[in-house]
Ligand binder design. Structure first.
Ligand SMILES: [Zn+2]
Length: 82
């Protein structure tokens, strides 16, 4: 996850334009200019950032699950890794 995050930050500095996926930079508007995709990339990105469906599924959702597991592990304090 750390490595992914570093890569993501690199990309984001290049693709800060609002309206593009904050991870891969793909346009979030269809050819008619209609807002098409866009997910909140939290815990990545800033408040205004959005990401495409693919990056949401590949990057954001797994990260959230990992965070959830970390929280559960911490709460259970069973010392199990990952
Ligand atoms: Zn994307």
């Amino acid at each position: 996850m750390e490595a992914n995050y570093e890569k993501t930050k690199e990309r984001m500095s290049k693709d800060e334009e609002y309206g593009n996926c904050c991870f891969c930079g793909v346009s979030l508007f269809d050819p008619n200019g209609i807002w098409h995709f866009g997910h909140n990339p939290a815990p990545y990105g800033d408040d205004d950032d959005r990401c495409c469906n693919e990056c949401n599924e590949v990057i954001v959702v797994p990260t959230r699950f990992q965070q959830m597991r970390d929280l559960i592990n911490a709460a259970n304090d069973n010392g199990e890794e990952e």
